[in-house]
Design a protein around this ligand. Sequence first.
Ligand SMILES: *[C@@H]1O[C@H](CO)[C@@H](O)[C@H](O)[C@H]1NC(C)=O
Length: 133
Amino acid sequence: MAGLRYAGMVLLVIAATMAMTEARTIVVGGSENWRFGYNYTDWALKSSPVSISDKLVFKFDAPHNVYLLPNLYSYLKCDFKGAKLLAGAPEGTEEGFEVVLDQWRLYYFASSNDKDCSDGLMKFFAMPLPHWK
Ligand SMILES: *[C@@H]1O[C@H](CO)[C@@H](O)[C@H](O)[C@H]1NC(C)=O
């Protein structure tokens, strides 16, 4: 019984947390934008959790870009085989390029230019949580 009550309370807290999250617009990297050498893994950790229907905005200049990588392996290896180009220059300038996280899945993002992904740390993943609505 005590276990059940505890589980119920945890569910309630989760529900309350989810209900409070309105769709947000999040600039990737904050004031650092999408650039070589900023730690986006760290940024993503600090910016989590994100929710389904949140919008990510990538602001960048050439030669950087935004790819969606197909899986964890390609993400870890910075392997762009089978990756999907979402935006190149000049789409990142001014208002930036927007991606709506509209699915409950893992999104692997990276920039493909030269060593952007491997040495420049221009990669992160996001797993948006569903809204409680
Ligand atoms: C980037 O941040 C992550 C998470 O905080 C950390 O594990 C990693 O070592 C950092 N990478 C570099 C190159 O600083």
